[in-house]
Design a protein. Structure first.
Length: 249
């Protein structure tokens, strides 16, 4: 029995009356109480999933923010930046980027809202795409030591980076600048209010609020005190039930 079934059952009891053998002391029939319990369990299951997804997306948001910050560090490397500073920025970026990829993968496997799962998956793919959309960019990254391993993680070969810095420091800096700006823009978009991470967090928070509101309403119904829908007639009960059920479906 879902929430709407419970509402219909209870409204019928209120409208037609209930026998002494089925009427509970609180004013709810035994059938209505059973329906109320099932509806509450159903909502609680959704609350648990939504809470878990919110937690996972919160971690993803933090990881993508870390990537955004590290990417900015690459993007602002100037002409006077030392080889050591460049190497440190590249290493920090690699760690942050991989953390974001791992978080996106974990979030995409979290049971719950399908749209949110798909958004998490897109976040990981979009970050990877930002590494290089063309062969020339990919080749330039390889020359300074960047590559993807078999598991899809970003790897930085410090030996190659050292060699590239000695051979053409200006080209290395230009490559790091371009990489940083591309990933910074991608991360910024993911975190935006209309981005995969930003929008998912907003949607899940809204859903969480609706579910908690429904739980509070069910709790009030369990007490069966006026003025609740149980005392406002069959039509009001049915209308409320349809509205509530649609919001949490």
């Amino acid at each position: 029995m879902n929430l709407n079934d419970f509402v219909k059952a209870h409204s019928a009891t209120q409208y037609l009356g209930a026998s002494a053998s089925t009427q509970a002391t609180g004013g709810l029939s035994l059938a209505a109480q059973a329906g109320l319990k099932k509806a509450d369990q159903r909502i609680q299951a959704q609350v648990d999933k939504t809470t878990a997804q919110l937690s996972s997306f919160g971690k993803l948001q933090s990881a993508v923010s870390g990537t955004q910050l590290a990417a900015r560090g690459l993007g602002i490397l100037g002409n006077t930046s030392t080889a050591t500073a460049q190497k440190s920025a590249a290493s920090d970026f690699t760690s942050a980027f991989n953390a974001a990829l791992a978080s996106a993968k974990t979030t995409a496997t979290q049971p719950g809202d399908t749209a949110a799962v798909q958004s998490a998956s897109r976040t990981g793919k979009n970050l990877l795409s930002a590494l290089g959309a063309d062969t020339a960019t990919v080749d330039a990254l390889k020359k300074v030591g960047f590559s993807l391993n078999a598991s899809g993680s970003l790897v930085l070969d410090s030996t190659k980076l050292d060699a590239a810095q000695k051979a053409d420091p200006a080209a290395v800096r230009a490559t790091l600048n371009k990489l940083g700006k591309q990933v910074f823009n991608a991360a910024t978009q993911e975190l935006a209010s209309n981005g995969n991470v930003g929008l998912s967090l907003s949607t899940l928070n809204q859903r969480s609020g609706i579910l908690k509101s429904q739980q509070a309403t069910l709790s009030a119904l369990g007490q069966d005190n006026s003025p609740t829908p149980s005392n406002t007639g069959f039509g009001s009960w049915t209308n409320w039930g349809v509205s509530a059920y649609q919001q949490i479906s």
